[in-house]
Design a binder for this molecule. Structure first.
Ligand code: ATP
Length: 286
């Protein structure tokens, strides 16, 4: 069985509070894009989980979110057989694109189907959140408003058609560090997440662009000025709007014209500011 795990971007990301258990309360609009990892999943007679991934920096043991997803479902349903997963990474990791969470969600779907476990999507979400706050969204996919710690989901219509350039500078950003730094910030500019949800409902790309905003961007960009430089580069290349995704450091630019998006990607590549550049579009599931 083969599953795709799509990257996500945050069209907006707001942090509205902190819970007593240390988790941050968020409100954000998530969008899947057409960049994906591939999981090839097969049943084996040897019990246990065999995970193969050749990407440097991505562990193949119980630290991998794919491993954790398989282990959780297989233990709960006392699956006797084993599973072998070959994970082919294309989504840069620790980049704000939710690659690990999406891989975990794809693994939940795969194991559920492979062993006929019978979990509904809601049941997979309830289990996924134990692995990571973004996993429930990745189980559902498409376009969604995520609240709570990210697990309270409201599906939105597909975002208006466009082309999205992803540019990831050579900066690894540990999500936890960014949230800790945010806690000591005194002034935070909050994006208008509700206005953005309304713009999506109206199919209004200009409205989506006007309301792009991420409270984590100033925190990450303070240590990585390349983020602002890439945004300027994409702006100059004709982007309708630009933003950093998640806790960074990937920056995205939204274009209505495909050829312009391709030229902008080329400009960023040639400028040497980004380690990885992709031209994608919103992945439409709903
Ligand atoms: P987010 O947008 O949710 O903050 P991210 O892009 O920062 O996600 P991931 O791609 O999930 O982060 O990777 C973060 C770290 O998690 C990696 O550095 C890696 O050590 C670990 N990890 C565990 N499982 C995976 C996986 N399947 N793919 C990538 N990284 C994984």
């Amino acid at each position: 069985m083969e599953k795709r795990a799509y990257a996500k971007i945050n069209l907006s990301l707001d942090v509205t509070g902190k819970r007593s258990d240390g988790y941050h309360e968020v409100r954000m609009i998530m969008q899947m894009v057409s960049l994906w990892d591939t999981l090839r999943v097969t049943e084996t007679d040897t019990p246990g989980i065999e995970l193969i991934c050749r990407e440097p920096g991505v562990p193949c043991d119980s630290r991998n979110l794919v491993w954790q997803a398989c282990d959780m479902l297989m233990k709960e349903k006392k699956v006797q057989q084993g599973v072998r997963i070959v994970l082919e990474k294309r989504i840069p990791h620790a980049a704000g694109l939710g690659g690990g969470s999406s891989d975990a969600a794809a693994a939940l779907h795969a194991v559920n189907e492979l062993f006929h476990l019978g979990f509904s999507d809601d049941e997979l979400c309830a289990r996924g959140v134990r692995i990571g706050a973004d996993v429930p969204y990745c189980v559902m996919g498409g376009t969604a408003l995520a609240e709570g710690i990210g697990e309270k989901l409201t599906a939105l219509p597909a975002m208006p058609p466009c082309h999205i350039v992803l540019a990831r500078p050579d900066v690894d950003v540990p999500t936890g560090v960014v949230y800790r730094k945010l806690d000591s910030c005194t002034s935070v500019v909050h994006p208008d997440v509700d206005a953005q949800a309304d713009a999506i409902r109206r199919g209004d790309l200009a409205g989506v662009v006007r309301t792009l905003g991420n409270v984590l961007e100033p925190v990450t960009a303070a240590d990585a000025p390349v983020i602002t430089a890439i945004r300027r580069g994409l702006d100059r290349a004709g982007a309708e709007g630009t933003l950093m995704s998640g806790s960074g450091a990937t920056v995205f630019g939204i274009f209505s014209d495909e050829a312009q998006a391709a030229r902008a990607a080329e400009t960023v590549r040639e400028g040497g500011m980004a380690k990885d550049v992709f031209v994608t579009c919103p992945d439409v599931l709903n």
